[in-house]
Design a protein around this ligand. Structure first.
Ligand code: AMP
Length: 227
């Protein structure tokens, strides 16, 4: 099973992806995290991607496709995986099909209204050492600006600054939103109401995925909408 997480920045893909990964034992693959690691390591990939990421625009499709193709070929992906932040364009989605045509898949689209997205992104902090993610409002660290897990300093992602947030949301709408139609047409699309606390959202996700994996897929009123 391939589980694709759609939804704008701040919609909870990373948080829900981790919870899905724990419950179903599929690795979570975040292209954003792989790219940020490459930037920190100053690899050629990181050097090429950094400027685009800081501006909030998409990195070249071929760079990202190379990363994903290699990662999903690893042994831990054999029974399934969760894709967080990929595909982000129709071209990427079509390329993914050519990598692994026969794998069953579902696309979960995390829906959050715009004011809430901006609030979440503005309040997001990450550990500069272990990359754990916090939120000043709903998931603060025990000690201000210090990571609970490793004691590292918490920082704001460069692309969580106000102007970059606006650009990322713009790019999402233009480049990534068409994927809704793409996956709807394939009949593997499911919209998740992602307002509320992570554990409330995860209840909706788990109800759906438990059904899918048991061969008894829950359907919304219109076949593809919230339960
Ligand atoms: P994320 O952590 O998913 O918000 O991604 C952070 C940044 O990494 C994005 O704003 C893009 O610049 C880049 N990025 C991540 N995934 C992709 C992708 N699938 N295609 C192109 N660029 C990506």
């Amino acid at each position: 099973m391939r589980i694709i997480l759609l939804g704008p920045p701040g919609s909870g893909k990373g948080t829900q992806g981790d919870l899905i990964s724990q419950r179903y034992r599929f690795p979570r693959i975040s292209t954003g995290e792989i790219l940020r690691q490459a930037v920190r390591d100053r690899t050629p990939l990181g050097v090429e991607a950094e400027a685009m990421m800081n501006r909030g625009v998409l990195v070249n499709d071929d760079l990202v496709l190379g990363i994903v193709r290699q990662r999903i070929g690893a042994a831990d992906c054999r029974s399934g995986y969760v894709l967080d932040g990929f595909p982000r364009t129709v071209y990427q989605a079509e390329s993914l099909e050519t990598f692994e045509a026969d794998r069953p898949e579902r696309a979960l689209d995390f829906r959050v209204d715009l004011p809430e997205l901006v609030k979440r992104l503005t309040a997001r902090r990450v550990c500069s050492r272990c990359q754990a993610v916090y939120n000043l409002k709903v998931r603060p660290s025990r000690q201000a600006d210090i990571c609970d897990a490793c004691g590292g300093p918490l920082i704001r992602r460069k692309d969580d600054e106000a102007e970059v947030i606006a650009e990322r949301l713009n790019v999402y709408q233009k480049e990534t939103e068409p994927l809704r139609e793409f996956y709807r047409k394939k009949n593997v699309y499911f919209a998740v109401d992602s307002q509320g606390l992570p554990k409330e959202v995860f209840k909706r996700v788990a109800f759906y995925l438990d059904g899918v994996l048991a061969g008894n897929e829950p359907r919304g009123k219109r076949g593809d909408d919230h339960l």
